[in-house]
Design a protein around this ligand. Sequence first.
Ligand code: NAD
Length: 271
Amino acid sequence: MEYLEEMFSLTGRTAVVSGGAGAIGTVMSDALLRAGANVVVWSRTDKSLEHFLKRYRDNDDLSTRLSTAVVDAGDEDDVERALSAATEHFTMPEILVNGVGGNRGKRSFIDIEIKEFTEVVNLNLIAGLVVPTKVFCRHWIERSVPGSIINLTSMTSYTPLSGVWAYDAAKSAVLNLTMAAANEFAAHHIRVNAIAPGFFLGKQNKSLLIDKKSGDYTERGRAVINRTPFKRFGAVQELAGATVFLANNKASGFITGVSIPVDGGYLIHNI
Ligand SMILES: NC(=O)c1ccc[n+]([C@@H]2O[C@H](COP(=O)([O-])OP(=O)(O)OC[C@H]3O[C@@H](n4cnc5c(N)ncnc54)[C@H](O)[C@@H]3O)[C@@H](O)[C@H]2O)c1
């Protein structure tokens, strides 16, 4: 146990999970919490935070190491204020999970709505990476904190998915900036990595993958399953291990600039 403790324990560390009340953020927050970290969950609405906190109502050990705040991750002043509050509440966060993001709909290129396109890029790239990374890294450099950032990439970061143009653009940029930021901040012992979830059934993609009426796979759903060597969608809990691994400087201290696919082999060309 001592070895595992030393390798993976996050006791005494503080993590901020931006978008931490979302489907994937919830699992990542929970993983960090159970690995011993103090966890600060940021979300845009009180309602999502209330819902998130319910699962810890009867667990004093975990809930004393948990704090939440309504924050707009795309607003620099808001992020500054929330980072300072998190530091005051626990200790200076050393782990940042950029879990804000998501897709909206599917359409042909000539039907792109520029307003929607811009919103998706802002959500995934500006709120989902640029603003929190800028604010955290500025503080980490000033205080010589060897921070660890975990971004959320996607299968679209590697090869485009059809009809989700803004999401394709934003997520490929998230992968690019994960590598670029890793290079920029390496001199300060700050690591920047990502997790690329494959296909997990969630609110954002369920209607694209499962037919509402019949409950069968849609054509797109079938195409995904056919391309996935494990022949199933993922369960979000399967993201917990990669989260703890990347967060911990002992377990992954020489790893930076990578994106770990958790995808049942989807990215393998398996024909
Ligand atoms: N679900 C999947 O299958 C999947 C697959 C690949 C990648 N991803 C990526 O993983 C990340 C999380 O996805 P998810 O399915 O958990 O999405 P989600 O919508 O369930 O969670 C995102 C959370 O971020 C919050 N949020 C949105 N804008 C915010 C802002 N400006 N400031 C603070 N909070 C904000 C939302 O309220 C929500 O709670 C996203 O980047 C997504 O693109 C998801």
